[in-house]
Design a protein around this ligand. Sequence first.
Ligand code: URA
Length: 271
Amino acid sequence: MEDVVSSHRQILEFQLAAGLDLPLEDVPVDRFAVSAEAIAKAEAARPPPPERRNESRVATAPTAVPAPLAPDAAIMEARRLAASAPDLETLRRLLEDFDGCTLKSTASRLVFADGRPGAPIMIVGEAPGRDEDEIGKPFVGRAGQLLDKMLTSIGLSRDDVYIANTVPWRPPGNRTPTPQEIAILLPFITRQIELSGPKVLLTMGAPATQTLLNQKEGILRLRGRWFEYAMGGRKIPALATLHPAYLLRQPSQKALAWRDLRALRAKLHEA
Ligand code: URA
């Protein structure tokens, strides 16, 4: 018995280390007792696949589950909703109710923002990770702790910045959001930037930089460069820098990030 428990633990540890964080089946299957009988039982207990589920729902309830929006329709809907938001709180609520992006269905919750709305600096990262998904705020895990230290190093705190992500739901297994997910959610983050109205924008990592600053090169080429970001009817300076999660893996690159942050502080004094 102890052997079985220890093997189960080893498998779970390996799966966690490999980034697996979602069950693949609704009903667990004991792979150590796999026999024709066990398989038959698990199959019998498994809920019907989505088509069959919908069919049975149609039979018992007159309201059918709406089909998910096609990507183009989802983008149009996102644009319409985002443009209609007069303030950040409304935008947050509209995003919470938006069903056009499948990331929402695997995440635990929406991770909208942290820091101070209207702060002179707005920081945009990539996507929430496991800790952010649990707590509901961006940059609260290890990368967030490093971000706090980076801000402190230039005399700033979270109160001096407003922080959000390119996508507000955690992608499963912390994968990079796909171009389609980013495209669907782009109207929300651009409206969020506009409604917060920063003086300077800081994009951290490749997805935020390439998406918001319309660039194609890699982040190591883009970092440290200033761009113009069109925010509503005006332009504000935007700086690309390295993502703190990357700096945790490559601590020798912190010197580059430090250089970028000093440039940010200098620009803030000019702006
Ligand atoms: N990485 C990000 O890009 N955003 C977070 O909120 C956390 C980690």
